[in-house]
Design a protein around this ligand. Structure first.
Ligand code: HEM
Length: 140
């Protein structure tokens, strides 16, 4: 990711800051509509879950300059996700719901370049989480 990509993501994120819970709830509604099989995996209150998702994205953004630290964080997160029953195909559903939510919430601010930057960030995070999930499955 280029410094410009990172700046774009940070700027989108700052714009969503005041409506972060609302935006995260929109994301879960979209996910449960487009991929209903994911609904049963969530046991906790969606608002609390939404806050955690935002928190992790914030940490990931803060850690973009520390790839080793970010990889360690995502490896543990990926292992826990396997434990929650998350399957590899769910990562695509989450990706689509995330991009749809950003587009809906940000409107014109969500430029083609911003979409490309978010896609790359998500793909990097998801591939690290998935690799960890598979590794923990092998050792289980
Ligand atoms: C970049 C991708 C993702 C991030 C950053 C993320 C982040 C998080 C965080 C921070 C938690 C809180 C618990 C913990 O830290 O272990 C969590 C829980 C969870 N996530 Fe994710 N997640 C991602 C992808 C997914 C995907 C693809 C699914 C599939 C539907 C999913 C389903 C869940 C479920 C079911 C829980 C547990 C909820 C509960 O205990 O009720 N996540 N996620």
């Amino acid at each position: 990711m280029t410094p410009q990509d990172i700046a774009l993501i940070r700027s989108n994120f700052a714009q969503l800051h005041r409506r972060k819970i609302e935006t995260a709830c929109l994301f879960y509604e979209r996910l449960f509509t487009t991929a209903p099989s994911t609904r049963a995996l969530f046991k906790t209150d969606i608002e609390a879950q939404a806050a955690k998702l935002i928190e992790t994205l914030t940490v990931a953004l803060a850690m973009l300059n520390d790839p080793a630290g970010l990889t360690a964080l995502l490896t543990r997160l990926g292992e826990r996700h396997r434990g929650y029953g998350v399957r590899p195909s769910h990562y695509d559903a989450v990706r689509s719901a995330l991009l749809w939510t950003l587009e809906t919430s940000l409107g014109q601010e969500f430029t083609a370049q911003a979409r490309a930057a978010w896609s790359e960030l998500y793909d990097q995070m998801a591939s690290t989480m998935l690799a960890a999930g598979v590794a923990s499955q092998r050792s289980a």
